[in-house]
Design a protein around this ligand. Structure first.
Ligand code: SF4
Ligand code: SF4
Ligand code: SF4
Ligand code: FES
Length: 936
């Protein structure tokens, strides 16, 4: 594919049932009322010259390039700011407007460096294009007068630079930062000739800028330009693909020059992101070619031996022999595997198939176990399906947005930008979070209610919110009567009205004032449309599943399900958490969440896969680890998951891994888990994969290979080879065939194929005969399970309690520039923003312990210890400390406990009782992690 330039209609599309007819340059056009003349012309195939207009931003009308003449109207109005009126007759090319445009262009060019031939944007510059379009041949004013040609370039951002000498002050960057990103980092300083773009009076790196790239994307000249384009030159071809970081699932154009990836540009037609991006997807993809990457298979007899590079064949034989030996010695159930939410649906599907067929058991689990497994359980119990209810667009219709245990500003930034847009239009925000995150309060958005609850008290608070709804008669009786199971509802209503669930009692448990709870409940229940968005601050608790059901109860009780602007929506952590769960990665479920004990489903899989299946669920990750320590589980295949760093109680995980006889790790880097491996199979980065990811809105997006696999194989091919070596024939010609098999075996995917995705871009499952183009909003007329099911959700305090020895509660989270355990982002220039994990601690707690800002603190829990740098902060209340887990050197999970969700075993990462004290030495003093030192 050559470089893909999406059409630019100049101004955004207007949604209006009323339509108007106009004639432009003799062509009849009909458009929704309110559409600009410029857009109507573009829809008729007529490009009016423009500089300050672009269809991702509201019209601004500053450059005067788009002047037209309109019959019956005086002067030459700007077509970008003039709406079409019924019967309007417009002329876009008249001697008068042509002359005016040339005059304006002459002024621009007289203050612009004449270095087009050597400019990095040569061939991709709208100013250059427009000079040609208006027919500029001469600049009469000369270049000697006052100008900006010698202004300095701001190169402070690692990924893009700002060359002020090329700026035409069109304001597109400022508007992109305001309207698209919502950070408002840029302004135009000065007036008239002295007007210049300013990042808050400082350089970009020191400003509020979060490096999303929206301004770079909007800039029509080379003023804001990717450094890669400056260094490598303009790209020459495009491959459409999907970001492999978070669960937003942004679509990107990977732009290459020859075989070299030059830049990732967000795709305007991407269903999830509609042309927007964050710093990770836009810029932080360099890890894919980082020198630390391993691209050759390796084996070793003992984990103390050095690695030995071998051929694929030898590695696969070594692995299969090892696994077969283990099974012979310890039985069929003694091996299993873990799938990865970073891999494609096709790769995941093949791994769970290998385990159920070649391994002959159901011992498959996924990293979603440690993040969103309670979502699957809780939403299935209440609504009947294990997925979020809305598409991201839906937030634009929400009047009240309740964010629970999530910080989308940091972890799901492109969704956060959509949310900010809605908040700026007047929607109200309620946040439940122990910490005052950027989502709660930032210079431009502030929550109406911040329910700053103590870690571990989510369920008490959601029950109190529902208690207010029930006792103050704010229920949507009609919705409940029509759509929900009334018996379950009545039982729930009685339970929730109990005094123990009242805000007054819950105040004593959660620390949130009863009045605040009452006001938040009233706001949520009485708005036209209220939507819940939540994250790991909900799921990673001993009552994670209970909380998910509590939110579902609240949404049903208030009728906030089944249309735009409402719903209950998990903000998924990794790119393919939804997909890896959908693909049958859990030990009790086949793809499409069908129980392994269901005979009809079992028969279907047995006939398709031509081998007997087990009816008993297999082992979950924590059970595998416990069984390993007990000497019963001895072999494991781990795809793209670093359990020795990301799972709780790392000491326990390492002990389990060390007691196994055949550990196979497939990954990009030698991670912590690979320290315990006997076989290392090199994995492929998202830039090499062919397949699909499914994002948090159930949207199935294509991932296309941007470059050839650096390992010589796709991951699914390696899995098939291992299955074959174990004795089960498994072959596909390509990833599309795997999707065809998924579609045959999974009712919600029945209509999905690569051909469909290539044609329509993306679809949200269910996609089948009833919904051939997918389902943006779920549970519209009825719940997937028929009637919505209210479930009683009594609050049970976690067993992890503070005491005199461990008086503080530690909770964890993420920051914008880093991602999960940091294996990828630490290998990019993103480290410039966040070079280490820090411990946020309230001033009172710091003072009581003699801890100074920026000094080392020793942090200890019942299970482990670590050292972090202290950051005294009022974002956390006294009694609560907070850190991230992006750097292995600080090993936050060394101290998290083995407590987990009662229903799904999802670890209770968000609540750990700890104590801290000043430390003279840094974390190296305790260092055992090998991935801690990343080559630069
Ligand atoms: S990169 Fe994003 S946040 Fe930074 S100035 Fe540009 S638009 Fe604003
Ligand atoms: S930096 Fe680019 S987008 Fe911003 S005002 Fe200058 S030319 Fe326009
Ligand atoms: S929001 Fe998520 S999917 Fe989108 S670019 Fe950022 S990391 Fe990638
Ligand atoms: S494009 Fe209309 S005034 Fe700039």
């Amino acid at each position: 594919m050559t470089i893909l330039r999406e059409p630019d209609y100049g101004t955004p599309a207007v949604s209006n049932d009323k339509r108007v007819k106009v004639k432009i340059d003799g062509i009849d056009v009909e458009v929704p009322a309110g559409t600009s003349v410029m857009r109507a012309a573009a829809e008729a195939g007529i490009q009016v010259p423009k500089l300050c207009a672009t269809d991702s931003l509201n019209a601004f009308g500053s450059c005067r390039m788009c002047l037209v003449e309109i019959d019956g109207k005086k002067g030459t109005p700007a077509s970008c700011t003039t709406p079409c009126e019924q019967g309007m007759v417009v002329k876009t090319q008249t001697p008068k407007v042509e002359r005016l445009r040339r005059g304006v262009m002459e002024l621009y060019i007289s203050d612009h460096p004449l270095d087009c031939l050597t400019c990095p944007a040569n061939g991709d510059c709208e100013l250059q294009d427009m000079a040609g379009v208006v027919g500029l041949r001469d600049v009469r004013y000369g270049f000697e007068g006052n100008n900006h040609l010698h202004e300095e370039t701001d190169s402070s951002n690692p990924y893009f630079s700002y060359d002020s000498s090329k700026c035409i002050v069109c304001n597109r960057c400022v508007r992109a930062c305001d309207e698209i990103q919502g950070t408002l980092a840029l302004t135009i300083q000065g007036r008239g000739f002295n007007s210049r773009v300013s990042a808050g009076g400082t350089d970009f790196m020191s400003s509020e800028c979060v490096s999303c790239g929206a301004c770079v994307q909007a800039c029509p000249t080379a003023t804001l330009e990717e450094k890669n384009v400056i260094d490598l030159g303009m790209p020459t071809r495009t491959v459409l693909t999907t970001c492999a970081y978070c669960g937003v699932g942004c679509s990107f154009k990977a732009e290459l020059r020859g075989d070299e990836l030059v830049r990732m540009v967000p795709y305007k037609d991407g269903g999830a992101n509609e042309g927007h991006s964050c710093v990770k997807g836009r810029f932080a993809w360099g890890y894919a070619t980082h020198p630390d990457r391993k691209t050759k298979p390796m084996i070793r007899q003992k984990i103390t031996d050095p690695w030995q590079e071998v051929s694929w064949e030898e590695a696969i034989n070594f692995a299969s022999t090892g696994l077969k030996n283990v099974q012979q010695k310890y039985g069929k159930q003694s091996i299993g595997g873990i799938t990865s939410s970073r891999c494609t649906n096709e790769e995941v599907f093949v791994v769970q198939k290998m385990i159920r067929t070649a391994f002959g058991n159901n011992n498959v689990d996924t990293c979603a176990r440690v993040c969103h497994s309670p979502t699957g359980y809780g939403l299935k119990q209440t609504f009947g399906t294990s997925a979020g209810t809305q598409d991201f667009k839906s937030v634009a219709k929400a009047d009240v947005i309740m964010v629970i245990g999530a910080n989308p500003f940091a972890a799901h930034p492109v969704f956060a930008s959509r949310m900010k847009r809605r908040l700026r239009q007047g929607a109200q925000l309620i946040v439940l979070d122990p910490r005052e995150t950027e989502t709660v309060k930032n210079p431009h958005v502030e929550a109406k209610h911040h329910l700053q609850l103590l870690p571990g008290t989510n369920v008490a608070v959601i029950n109190a919110l529902a208690h207010v709804v029930v006792t103050e008669k704010l229920l949507d009786e009609e919705f409940v009567k029509e759509r929900c199971d009334l018996e379950a509802f009545e039982a729930w209503k009685e339970f929730i009205a109990l005094p123990e669930n009242s805000p007054e009692v819950v105040e004593t448990i959660s620390g949130v004032s009863a009045e605040e709870i009452r006001n938040a409940a009233r706001l949520y229940a009485t708005a036209k449309n209220s939507a819940i968005y939540y994250g790991l601050g909900v799921t990673e608790h001993s009552q994670g599943s209970t909380m998910v059901m509590g939110m579902a109860n609240l949404a049903m009780a208030t009728g906030n399900i089944g249309r735009e602007g409402v719903g209950v929506n998990p903000l998924r952590g990794q790119n393919n958490v939804q997909g890896s769960c959908d693909m049958g990665s859990f030990p009790h479920e086949y793809s499409g969440y069908r129980h392994v004990g269901d005979d009809s489903v079992k028969e279907l899989f047995e006939s398709m896969w031509n081998t007997p299946m087990q009816s008993e669920p297999g082992l979950r990750i924590p059970n595998m680890l416990d069984a390993a320590i007990a000497g019963e589980f001895k072999g494991i295949y781990i795809q793209g998951e670093d359990i020795a760093q990301s799972d709780p109680n790392v000491k326990h995980v390492k002990e389990a891994l060390a007691s196994m006889e055949m550990v196979i790790v497939q990954d990009l880097f030698i991670n912590e888990t690979a320290q315990f491996a006997h076989v290392f199979l090199p994995g492929t980065s998202f830039l090499e994969k062919d397949g699909t990811f499914t994002n948090a809105e159930r949207r199935i997006n294509r991932v296309r290979p941007v470059m050839a696999s650096k390992t010589g194989k796709s991951e699914w091919q390696a899995t098939c080879d291992l299955a074959k070596a174990m004795g089960y024939e498994m072959d596909y010609d390509n990833a599309a065939q795997i999707m065809d098999e998924i579609a045959k075996l999974t009712p919600t995917f029945a209509g999905v194929s690569f051909a469909l995705l290539d044609e329509v871009g993306s679809v949200q499952w269910p996609c089948n005969e009833k919904a051939p183009l997918g389902t943006p909003i779920m549970h519209v007329d009825q719940f997937v399970r028929g009637k919505g099911n209210f479930v009683e959700t009594p609050y049970v305090p976690t067993e992890e309690k503070t005491n005199r020895k461990f008086p503080l509660l530690l909770t964890t989270g993420r920051i914008l520039s880093q991602y999960n355990v940091g294996a990828q982002t630490r290998r990019t220039a993103n480290v410039a923003w966040y070079p280490e994990d820090v411990l946020e601690i309230h001033e009172a707690d710091a003072q009581a312990r003699g801890i100074k800002d920026d000094s080392w603190v020793h942090l200890q829990s019942r299970v482990g210890e670590t050292v972090l740098r202290a950051k005294i902060s009022d974002r956390v209340p006294a009694g609560v400390v907070y850190t991230t887990f992006h750097y292995p050197v600080s090993g936050a999970n060394v101290i998290t406990t083995e407590f987990s969700d009662w229903a799904t075993n999802c670890p209770e990462y968000k609540v750990t009782a700890v104590e801290c004290r000043p430390s003279l030495r840094g974390p190296e003093s305790l260092l055992v992690n090998s991935d801690a030192m990343v080559s630069k």
